[in-house]
Write a protein that binds this ligand. Structure first.
Ligand code: NAP
Length: 471
């Protein structure tokens, strides 16, 4: 779009009178906030950024995805907070794109819209019994212990003695760890009180973690694996024969050995060390099952077991059944097989990848042409991969495209109206950053009242409304 434009020095500001480029960012998770950061860090194009979120609280998965006991990762919120407090950034909470406000509405108030809505739902396993009571999406469980307002506070009773967690990613390790930790180990975190109470009454003793491929192909990372292995009340069981892999063969042409990253070798090293440790008869245990793929969830009224098939990789690295099957006696199945994006009203969507089709952050329509004014960042752009920091470079790349298009974007909406006026016309009362600070304060107050750490999450929309003074 801009190849014929003269090169501009990024340090040379535009003339004083240039009206700011108005950008709406949909979603206030890391991808959305890093988008605002990249937009406001430069001075060549003056900008004003509105970050919209359907929740009254910012930070997306940092608040409602990172496990409550991962306080160091949650510390990212401090950096995100500084960006939200930038004078040219405005947080607009309690407004849902698509239902409250449409793309057409925003085309009156903004020159560009960046969708940073993440990947809000779980992927399906596609096996019989998946919808039986007791078969639960990890996203549901995570939302519950992270105090997402959509989640019912009494959602989980945890009366099964054995649980299967399907998947070998970091979310699987998060949910397995939360299931085996004691309430005492969690009471100084921000976990909502009803979830802490349910965990303190939990009957769960064994958590089976199922990986359909081998230890070298697992997606989880070493810090999360170490976290599990050092839990004092938990035996972590790794079967020696499943990790008996000769590291000298890594990088050879044997199936499963190609493209083995350093991270996988570290995982293998940790798992091998663990395999040498005898279980100590501790109160709870986590058992790793590699080469184990769910086939069918067994049960009439609810989960009674999980039928699995045992697998291997063939010469072309395809996962194949070995013909061996077995059944795990479990009363709950947590499906942790990855997250998927949700289509946005009026925005192109790739059903297969569960992302918005794009090129360098510019949204593409079905014909492959650029949709003017529409951009995308984060998981809805690239799929649910990477760590929080990955979103920083991802957002910066999108912002480079957006800024390169600035002149055309301005020409497309010569006289933007104020967002507050659009919201008023729609009869919407959004919440703002001050509102979030009131919720923040209420959560700190609740922690003090319960004598629990620095913060305890409020649960449910009603509690938010009360904190906002609307209750
Ligand atoms: P993920 O890393 O993509 O892992 C998904 C797992 O599910 C993989 O082991 C995958 O196996 C397996 N799987 C997929 N379909 C399956 C099926 N039909 N049956 C059985 N297994 C299946 O996803 P995630 O754990 O949801 O994590 C999402 C992202 O968030 C990742 O980037 C993760 O690192 C990040 N995250 C990071 C942290 C942290 O840093 N502490 C915490 C949580 C999440 P295959 O490999 O065989 O496909």
């Amino acid at each position: 779009m801009t190849s014929s434009e003269p090169e501009q020095n990024p340090e040379t500001p535009e003339p004083e009178e240039a009206a700011p480029l108005r950008v709406a960012v949909i979603g206030s998770g890391p991808a959305g906030i890093y988008t605002a950061d990249a937009l406001t860090r430069q001075s060549r194009v003056p900008v004003r950024v509105d970050i919209l979120d359907r929740l009254h609280t910012p930070y997306g998965l940092v608040r409602h995805g990172v496990a409550p006991d991962h306080t160091k990762i949650k510390g990212v919120a401090r950096a995100l907070r500084r960006i939200l407090e930038h004078p040219h950034v405005t947080f607009v909470g309690g407004v849902e794109f698509g239902s409250d406000l449409t793309r057409a509405d925003l085309s009156r108030s903004h020159h560009a819209v960046v969708y940073a809505t993440g990947a809000g739902v779980d992927r399906r396993m596609g096996i019989p019994g998946e919808d039986l009571p007791g078969s639960v999406a990890a996203t549901d469980f995570v939302n519950w212990y992270c105090g997402h307002p959509d989640s019912e506070l009494e959602r989980f009773v945890l009366d099964a003695e054995a649980v299967a967690v399907v998947g070998a990613g970091n979310v699987a390790l998060d949910v397995a760890r939360i299931l085996v930790k004691t309430a005492d180990e969690l009471r100084h975190t921000d976990i909502p009180q009803p979830a802490l109470d349910a965990l303190s009454r939990s009957r769960v003793r064994t958590v089976h973690v199922l990986a359909r491929r081998g230890p070298l192909q697992a997606k989880f990372t070493a810090p999360e694996l170490r976290d599990l292995m050092k839990l004092p009340g938990v035996d972590v069981v790794v079967r020696p024969e499943q990790v008996d892999i000769d590291l000298a063969e890594v990088g050879t042409d044997r199936p499963g050995f190609r493209e083995v990253a350093k991270a996988s070798r570290t995982n293998l090293k940790l798992l091998r060390e663990q395999a040498t440790r005898e279980p100590q008869g501790r109160p709870r245990r986590i058992e790793f099952h590699f080469w184990t793929r769910p086939e069918r969830i067994v049960g009439a009224e609810g989960v009674e077991g999980l039928r699995v098939e045992h697998t291997r990789l063939d010469d072309r690295e395809r996962l194949v059944d070995t013909g061996e099957h077995s059944t795990l006696n479990v009363g709950m199945v947590l499906r942790s097989v990855g997250y998927a994006g949700v289509p946005l009203t009026g925005v192109p969507f790739d059903e297969r990848g569960r992302t918005v089709p794009q090129e360098e952050g510019r949204v593409l329509n079905g014909g492959g042409s650029v949709v003017r004014g529409d951009y995308v960042a984060g998981w809805i752009k690239r799929g649910a991969t990477g760590v929080i920091g990955t979103n920083k470079s991802d957002a910066a790349a999108t912002v480079r495209s957006l800024l390169a298009d600035a002149d055309a974007l301005r020409a497309g909406v010569p006289e933007p109206v104020e967002l507050v006026d659009v919201l008023a016309e729609r009869g919407l009362t959004a919440s703002d950053y001050e509102g979030w600070l009131r919720i923040d304060e209420a959560e700190e107050g609740l922690a003090a009242e319960l004598d629990r750490g620095a913060r305890v999450k409020l649960g449910g929309w009603e509690a938010y409304r009360k904190a906002l003074g609307r209750g």
